[in-house]
Design a protein around this ligand. Structure first.
Ligand code: ZN
Length: 427
């Protein structure tokens, strides 16, 4: 009996052990499999997370490279603070690389010294695009053009040579301050070593009929890209659009290619002569005045300044040895009436024929708000006279390239590399 009982008990024990083994193997196996699966999943997740992070960092690096490129373009255009601001503008990508870029610009700026050399101002008239017309048998004044004009080819040759000499286009306002009382003082301009400021002005920017047929531009327009460009009558008598027929699009394109040629976007001064119209438009015809105003506004945005070159541009009582106060007033009033509504106020006056009016006449210009009186002189430097600056300018034209070749070669460019051989013999 006891034997039978102990046998049964043994069998039960074995069954229990067996069941226990089966259960524990199953459960253990389950947890082992689960552990393995979890481990695998975890790895996948980590891999995914790493991959995501790598992609994100790649995108950040692309942004960094783009921003550094944009900042270096700003630096070449003398926009230092703007460049630093741009580099710091996105905290998500600001890392050690960006910090060292900022530091590089800051160190560069800290090394800049105020410019103390000569201040040069050069001027031009509208460019001769077709010398065969300007100097040909049908020309209105071939001799005058040979003296006082520059050809498009010469102008295109000058720009890179001026840049090589370190010249940088600036605005008068980069060089002088005018306080509320009208007192003018010199302002410090900081330029990199070897760079020097250059002011340029273009006189008589209107296009009378005689010029149109003599191989000069006929008017300025805004093209489809909202850029100022010229219209010119070509040799076949057809009006064509050209970016090389006038100073303005040539300078715009040159600065675009060489930002280091323009200090903070400065281009030049556009001297409007009232009675010649405004860039090819008649200020007394409302629809034309409106077009001229649109072009003016756009050119101001792109670094050009509009200044007075008188209304009449006439000698006698206006601008000559015999100028009278009455004449000068009459001229200025006409300019205010017809031209200022289009081009806005300006504190720059370009004297016709370079005539420097004296005494109460000069005072009249100051009282009218013209702080800068521009005449013509190849040697002297600007003089601050309390509430005004008398500023000399040099004409870079046929006359000066012939009569003052050595001086021009010494100060601006090698005349032999610029002079247009299509000009008639200079007499
Ligand atoms: Zn003039």
């Amino acid at each position: 009996m006891s034997n039978k009982t102990s046998n049964t008990q043994r069998q039960v024990t074995w069954v229990i052990i067996l069941i226990f083994l089966i259960i524990s193997t199953t459960v253990g196996g389950f947890f082992w499999v689960k552990y393995e699966i979890d481990k695998k999943n975890n790895n996948n997740n980590n891999n995914n997370n790493n991959q995501e992070e790598i992609e994100k960092e790649k995108a950040r690096e692309v942004k960094r490279v783009k921003l550094i490129g944009e900042a270096s373009l700003l630096v070449s255009g003398y926009y230092y603070e703007e460049a630093i601001e741009l580099l710091k503008s996105d905290s998500d990508i600001y890392n050690n690389k960006m910090i060292s870029e900022v530091k590089r610009i800051e160190d560069f700026v800290a090394d800049l010294k105020p410019y103390t050399g000569r201040i040069e101002q050069v001027f031009f008239h509208s460019l001769i695009v077709y010398p065969e017309l300007a100097f040909g048998p049908t020309s209105s004044e071939p001799q005058g053009y040979n003296y006082w004009m520059t050809t498009e080819l010469e102008f295109q040759r000058m720009l890179p040579l001026l840049m090589e000499r370190g010249y940088v286009l600036v605005h008068i306002s980069d060089l002088y301050d005018v306080d509320a009382q009208g007192n003018v003082s010199a302002k410090q301009i900081y330029l990199p070593e070897g760079k020097r400021p250059l002011l340029i002005s273009i006189d008589n920017v209107g296009y009378p009929e005689s010029r149109k047929k003599d191989g000069f531009a006929s008017r300025l327009i805004l093209d489809d890209n909202n850029e100022v460009t010229a219209v010119i009558r070509n040799l076949e008598g057809k009006d064509v659009v050209s970016r090389t027929a006038e100073v303005f699009p040539i300078v715009d394109d040159f600065v675009k290619a060489h930002p280091e040629f323009s200090y903070r976007g400065a281009k030049g001064m556009v001297g409007i002569t009232g009675s010649w119209g405004v860039m090819g438009y008649d200020p007394k015809i409302a629809s034309e005045a409106a077009v001229a105003k649109k072009i003016t506004d756009r050119m101001k945005e792109t670094g050009w300044q509009f200044v007075s070159h008188s209304y009449t541009h006439a000698a006698g009582k206006y601008f000559s040895e015999n100028s009278t106060l009455e004449g000068v007033k009459e001229d200025t009033e006409l300019f205010k009436k017809w031209i200022v509504p289009i081009i806005g106020d300006s504190n720059v006056f370009i004297a016709p024929f370079g005539v420097t009016v004296k005494g109460e006449l000069y005072q009249y210009f100051i009282d009218e708000g013209y702080s800068f009186y521009l005449n013509v002189d190849r040697r002297s430097q600007p003089k601050i006279l309390g509430k005004s600056v008398l500023m000399p300018r040099i004409n870079l034209d046929g006359f000066v390239m012939n009569r003052d070749k050595a001086y021009i070669t010494e100060h601006f460019f090698d005349v032999d590399k610029v002079y247009d051989s299509r000009r008639p013999v200079f007499q």
